[in-house]
Design a protein around this ligand. Structure first.
Ligand code: ATP
Ligand code: MG
Length: 226
């Protein structure tokens, strides 16, 4: 696709195991346009996290190509991948990986500061975005003093703070109660739409999936458009 923000072609991932090769992704091909929000659904073990990790340049594909804004990204070295990730990608992990020794606000702004943003500017934006996810009263709490859902919201804020071109979110509302899940999802979509961010959001929640622009379904590592 000529105007694709993300173009994934014939992506494959397999793992060598003592008992043989385990093929997890089979020739996965799809594109995402700028500003498009796409749901990724499929049963547990179907390959959603594996696919998001490949696209997020966190793991190396066995075959195929990944183009981010026209750059072939799948086979770059680690340093080049880090730069592309910083430039284009926001990632919300299924298991959120917050730094336990830092506060909610610090968790959100540290990646920004590593990337060169001035501390006071990062703090101002960090507070604003934590308030958007309903955590204005929890800036100074460390992860151990946040509920599971609050930790997940901090992870969402951390991914959105830099207004990435592409947001990859792996069950971002998986730990939240239905009402909070709805609120956080609405906030996420509002911000993504306002900023023209493209997004791939893995979810088991079909009600949420139907509210996105398109649904991709994965089953046993094979992708089909719904
Ligand atoms: N390092 C690995 N080595 C071997 N197999 C793996 C490895 N990582 C994942 N798998 C297998 O790949 C398959 C897909 O896993 P993945 O985490 O992508 O599923 P998922 O769709 O995200 O599931 P869930 O909805 O439970 O999060 C699973 O069967 C898993 O056991
Ligand atoms: Mg998963």
């Amino acid at each position: 696709m000529a105007d694709a923000l993300l173009d994934v072609r014939n992506l494959q991932k397999s793992y060598k195991q003592p008992e043989g090769v385990l093929n997890i992704l089979h020739d996965v091909t799809f594109s995402i346009r700028k500003g498009e929000i796409v749901a990724l659904v499929g049963p547990s073990g179907s390959g959603k996290s594996t696919l998001l990790h490949m696209v997020g340049l966190l793991d190396r594909p066995t075959g195929g190509e990944i183009f981010l804004n026209g750059h072939e990204a799948g086979q770059l070295n680690d340093k080049e991948k880090t730069l592309l990730r910083r430039q284009y990608l926001g990632f919300v992990y299924q298991f959120h990986y917050l730094q336990s020794e830092f506060s909610a606000l610090e968790n959100v702004i540290i990646p920004q500061m590593i990337a060169g943003t001035d501390k006071s500017k990062a703090e101002e934006k960090g507070r604003e975005i934590l308030a958007e996810v309903g955590l204005a009263h929890r800036y100074d709490h460390r992860p151990a003093r946040l509920s599971g859902g609050e930790q997940q919201r901090v992870a969402i804020a951390r991914a959105l703070i830099k207004d990435p071109a592409l947001l990859l979110a792996d069950e971002p509302t998986g730990n939240l109660d239905p009402q909070t899940s709805d609120d956080v999802f609405n906030m996420l979509v509002k911000r993504v739409r306002q900023q023209g961010i493209g997004a791939v959001i893995a979810t088991h929640n079909m009600d949420l999936a139907k509210r996105m622009d398109r649904v991709l379904t994965i089953q046993d590592g094979v992708l089909k458009a719904l």
